[in-house]
Design a protein around this ligand. Structure first.
Ligand SMILES: Cc1cc2nc3c(=O)[nH]c(=O)nc-3n(C[C@H](O)[C@H](O)[C@H](O)COP(=O)(O)O)c2cc1C
Length: 203
């Protein structure tokens, strides 16, 4: 199972792009699940260290819907809107709260591939910084950050929404970066997988 996590509080550009990414993966035979922070009650990590002793989080909120999926997931697709040149606070909170997962099992995420999607309202609004921050989370937890590849390189899927759903749907270059990254991500999870004809590479 591949888990897609949407860090936008709205059903708009980020959720649309993440749904498209998961559709591409479903078309290639992967089981996927989308988790969104929209409408959820997820508080920041308190750094109380309860999880280090008790192997679970003391804050009993909607993060408990996500904890079992972390363990189950073979791969992660984390999608964030760009807020102030980086992740949304909602995305960051989810990343911080995985501390409880790692406290229970330090190897819970080890070796799992992860890719990142960033959607900004501006053309160059901090998408790469947001992607790098998600990649840093992957690295810190022993995961494998996946880029779109080295020729026509991209770090991950980077979108320009112009602050609208229509804008993101029109971003052909963004979708090119998404297809490239999804292809590499699928190959990392299932080495030897034949690239889907619906998911062409850069061209
Ligand atoms: C608090 C806030 C800060 C934002 N900062 C940036 C920014 O630094 N760079 C940028 O490109 N877009 C920025 N935006 C615009 C959003 O990234 C853009 O509208 C995006 O499409 C939102 O994703 P959504 O449609 O999934 O909600 C900001 C939006 C908000 C609400």
């Amino acid at each position: 199972m591949i888990i897609g996590i949407c860090g936008s509080p709205r059903r708009m550009a980020t959720e649309h792009v993440l749904s498209e990414a998961l559709k591409m993966l479903t078309d290639q035979g992967f089981l996927t699940q989308l988790f969104t922070v929209r409408g959820k009650n997820i508080s920041p990590c308190r750094h109380c260290d309860y999880c280090l002793k008790n192997k679970e989080c003391v804050v009993e909120d909607d993060m408990y819907q996500l904890y079992p999926l972390f363990k189950e997931a073979e791969g992660f697709v984390i999608a964030t809107p760009v807020y102030n040149g980086s992740l949304s606070a909602q995305t960051k909170i989810v990343l911080d709260r995985t501390r409880a997962t790692l406290a229970a099992d330090p190897k819970a995420l080890l070796g799992k591939p992860g890719m990142a999607i960033a959607v900004g309202g501006d053309r160059i609004g901090g998408q790469e910084q947001a992607i790098s921050q998600i990649h840093t989370f992957y690295i810190l937890n022993g995961m494998i950050p996946i880029s779109g590849g080295f020729f026509g390189a991209n770090l991950g899927a980077s979108f320009w929404s112009k602050d609208t759903l229509e804008g993101v749907k029109e971003d052909a270059e963004g979708f090119r970066s998404l297809r490239k990254t999804v292809k590499k991500f699928a190959q990392a999870i299932r080495p030897g997988i034949r690239p889907d004809s619906k998911s062409p590479d850069s061209k």
